[in-house]
Design a protein around this ligand. Structure first.
Ligand code: GLP
Length: 262
């Protein structure tokens, strides 16, 4: 794993934007894997700025990671709504795919979603956040590390954490559609962002813990191109923290440039 630690969130966001922009400039019709959650709202703000400063997304295709079952696209807590609000309303993509939480046959829809990813040539750059319990997308602890897009039941922990996204008095769905860990692992480059002390334990388990279904993000240890962008707080549990910093700053300039020049 390539672990990049930044003093603060703003510096990490600027780096994320450089990595995304490099992909889009180098491969104007690239396929981006998109995520949701608080962490991503700032990434999307950066993408909107990139778009305004002339980076062309018009040939880029995108796939979202997950969606709540039973929420129509106009529901304010749906991930469709989130994506419209934070990104799609501002930046036009060639095509954007999101799992459909209203699909009448979720199993067939998930198989179809996998097929769409394949037919678009696979995901080039997958953006990821991480749950406090180590989930990526909605792959909860004990998810198979080989899993594909499927129907999944949320844990009580995730339900209570994500309840803040729902209007007061409304219950959060128990079921979701999510890309699997195996699906995510096929992306050519994974870029995971984590900020704040609340993520420190999950980050430690992902980077330094054993690879285990109890921390689905730890599967990324097997990914051959995975970049983690952390702030000091999210990195604070890592025993290898100083090593990661020294490894990055000790690189000659041409090699540092490689970080963003793909
Ligand atoms: C949700 C999403 C995940 C995301 C996680 C963390 O559960 N399904 O993809 O990584 O939230 O979100 P946040 O960035 O708000 O901490």
């Amino acid at each position: 794993m390539e672990v990049l630690i930044r003093e603060n969130k703003a510096d990490a966001m600027a780096m994320a934007a450089r990595i995304i922009a490099t992909w889009v400039r180098r491969k104007p019709d690239c396929v981006l894997g998109l995520a949701t959650g608080n962490t991503m709202t700032e990434v999307y703000r950066e993408l909107v700025q990139l778009h305004q400063s002339g980076v062309d997304f018009s040939r880029v295709r995108s796939f979202n990671l997950d969606e709540y079952v039973g929420l129509p696209p106009h529901h304010p807590a749906s991930y469709h709504f989130f994506m419209e609000k934070h990104l799609f309303q501002h930046v036009r993509f060639a095509r954007s795919y999101l799992p459909d939480g209203m699909a009448s046959d979720p199993h067939a829809h998930c198989a179809q979603y996998e097929e769409w990813i394949r037919s678009e040539g696979g995901i080039d750059l997958q953006l990821l956040g991480i749950g406090e319990d180590g989930h990526i997308a909605f792959n909860e602890p004990t998810s198979s590390l080989a899993s594909r897009t499927r129907l999944k039941t949320l844990t009580p922990v995730t339900k209570s954490t994500n309840a803040r996204e729902f209007p007061e008095g409304e219950t959060i769905p128990s079921q979701v559609l999510t890309m699997g860990v195996g699906t995510i692992m096929e992306a050519r480059h994974c870029l995971l962002l984590a900020f704040g002390l609340k993520k420190a334990a999950a980050v430690k388990a992902m980077v330094e813990g054993p690879v285990s279904a109890m921390c689905p993000a730890s599967a990324l240890q097997y990914h051959n191109r995975c970049t983690l962008l952390l702030d000091e707080e999210a990195a604070s549990g890592l025993s290898m923290r100083e090593y990661f910093k020294a490894a990055e700053s000790g690189k000659p300039e041409w090699q540092q440039k490689l970080l963003v020049d793909l």
